[in-house]
Ligand binder design. Structure first.
Ligand SMILES: [Zn+2]
Length: 137
């Protein structure tokens, strides 16, 4: 990005390069391995273990419908792609089910499992409550 910043809050944008990272709550620059923020009440455990694990589980549950788990995590584009991808996969599975007297239906579970795994492993974008700008619409 070639935008010139004068008095804009640059902390969150410049932070990813060096040994620093921005505080997920307030954007204050912290050492990369910082356990807490000295400006606000952020602590590492709050965003990276408990909350992420919970949303991972929910994302997997939503992935019963491929893509829903991604949308839940804020990856709207990825979620839509998974949903669109389910259509040809679904048609193929439907035909395969005819050809194999029902066994082909099992193929769809592979797609579901892939969607669930991806939704589980994908980075959670909705944890920091303040940067919900919906830039993927
Ligand atoms: Zn902070």
């Amino acid at each position: 990005m070639n935008v010139e910043y004068t008095d804009a809050p640059t902390a969150a944008l410049e932070a990813t390069t060096g040994d620093n990272m921005p505080c997920p709550y307030c954007g204050h620059l912290l050492p990369k391995e910082a356990e807490r923020c000295d400006r606000c009440d952020w602590v590492r455990g709050a965003t990276q273990t408990a909350e992420a694990k919970a949303s991972d589980a929910v994302a997997v549950m939503f992935s019963i419908v491929p893509g829903l788990g991604h949308i839940y995590k804020g990856h709207i584009l990825a979620g839509l792609l998974w949903m669109i991808g389910a259509i040809p996969v679904g048609i193929f599975v439907f035909l395969a089910a005819f050809a194999s007297a029902g066994w082909g239906l099992g193929l769809f579970f592979f797609y579901l499992a892939a969607a669930m795994l991806h939704a589980y492993g994908i980075e959670d974008r909705v944890v920091p409550p303040k940067e919900d700008e919906g830039e993927e619409y």
